[in-house]
Design a protein around this ligand. Structure first.
Ligand code: PLP
Length: 411
């Protein structure tokens, strides 16, 4: 039987601390692992290296995927960049003293916001013709564009292919520096490779570019038990990129930017909840497991129908079962009155011995988790802890007090 300590060692790669920490800081709590983030970044870089692309591939992780500056401090230390989309995000990073290189991949920017980024020299992937017009009016060079290369041309963001004549007219003698495209979230290898090919095709239209940003959206398998296989197949992705660099006769000076969110952060975090009761409603074939959590702590699992893997531990930190198929079907409840307040959308299988005071661990919540906490239903935010490489644990977001609201309402 494995213990909570060894489980989280695998999950968040950290020895002994979690049980003690959870006893000290309580639940609900998000726990992240620095080691997992470091490992995920290294895996992508090693895959690029294998195909001789290490010097040409740069990572820029979207900040909104888990907008905790402490996590981005780790990425800064690893030499990765941050993709941001608005002024607020830049102010947050600056407030926390981060010097991480930034790219802005926004939707349409107001003139004021555009000027804010220009004044700071932060590169922008201009996503609308009118933003490009303004950049040209200001006589800017080194321009980058976000382009919609989907066949149906229906992406909310990005300049459309039919607008290329106007883009070229606006650019005049200016050389376009970069192009940004985005394949859509949770795209599998096949979809990303199709997209990669279409993106490389843009070089014919804009031969001057030296930066091709292939976006994020690389799939992560939440159901797969083998952690290696949960991740995107970077070796295959870079293998094709290498072949295509040759077949498209691309110049040596074109660099590639990638913006993976999930692949770097998803398995770096777990959410720990406490079981507060359990019942089998009459006439139902499943149990209701009550917890001290709520969907508002990480709404996207419910909103996106994303089923995470779970594990159960007793109050001493020992795992209650190994194989979920042996368990009883159950639904995990949040503790607000909202009729749809469940932690996960589907059935989970609980150990028959589960009782009040045991723990539920929700895996792979390092991306699109705590960052989406809702003020709705007045639930105090969860604490966030970071298991640092080298055996220390740090609070990276304090638990809200019971009267806390994320809205800053003055008295
Ligand atoms: C421009 C851009 N880059 C990167 C991402 C990250 O996607 P993922 O976390 O699926 O890799 C997103 C997600 O919406 C995005 O809009």
């Amino acid at each position: 039987m494995s213990s909570l300590a060894t489980y989280t060692e695998t999950m968040i790669m950290h020895p002994s601390i979690p049980t003690r920490v959870i006893r000290t800081v309580g639940t609900p709590s998000f726990i992240y692992s620095e080691e997992t983030i470091v490992r995920n970044v290294s895996k992508i870089r090693e895959a690029a290296e294998r195909h001789g692309l290490a010097d040409r591939v740069h990572l820029s992780v979207p900040y909104f995927v888990n907008s905790n500056p402490h996590l981005f401090k780790i990425l800064e230390g690893l030499g990765a960049g941050a993709t941001i989309q608005n002024v607020e995000e830049n102010e947050q990073l600056e407030e926390f003293g981060l010097n991480i290189p930034r790219i802005v991949s926004p939707t349409h920017l107001s003139d004021k916001d555009l000027d804010y980024f220009l004044a700071r020299g932060i590169p922008i992937n201009l996503a609308t013709l009118s933003n490009l017009e303004r950049a040209v009016e200001l006589n800017l060079n080194g321009l980058r564009l976000r382009i919609d290369i989907f066949p149906d041309q229906d992406q909310r963001h990005g300049i459309k292919l039919l607008d290329f004549p106007r883009v070229k007219e606006l650019l005049g003698n200016r050389k376009l520096k970069g192009i940004h495209v985005y394949p859509g979230t949770s795209s599998d290898l096949e979809a990303c490779l199709r997209f990669q090919k279409r993106a490389l095709g843009l070089l014919k239209e804009f031969p001057s570019i030296t930066e091709l940003n292939l976006g994020g959206g690389f799939s992560f398998d939440y159901q797969e038990k083998d952690n290696e296989k949960q991740h995107f197949d970077w070796v295959a992705y870079f293998g094709r990129l290498k072949e295509r660099i040759a077949s498209f006769k691309m110049k040596e000076d074109v660099n590639f930017v990638l913006e993976p969110g999930r692949d770097i952060l998803a398995d770096s975090g777990v959410l720990v909840l406490r079981v507060t009761g359990m019942e089998k409603p009459s006439g139902k074939n499943y149990h209701e497991v009550y917890t001290d959590g709520s969907y508002v702590l990480m709404p996207s699992a419910m909103l996106k129908g994303r089923q995470h893997q779970v594990a159960f531990f007793d109050a001493d930190g020992y795992e209650l079962r190994e194989e979920d198929q042996d368990g009883l079907p159950a639904k995990l409840n949040g503790n607000t009155t909202l009729s749809s307040d469940r932690i996960l959308p589907g059935i989970v299988y609980i150990p028959p011995t589960i009782k009040t005071g045991d723990y539920v661990i929700i895996r792979d919540v390092g991306s699109y988790g705590a960052t989406q906490h809702l003020e709705f239903l007045n639930k105090a935010p969860a604490i966030e802890m970071l298991a640092k490489t080298g055996n220390s644990m740090e609070v990276i977001s304090r638990r809200g007090s019971l009267t806390d609201k994320t809205r800053n309402i003055p008295k």
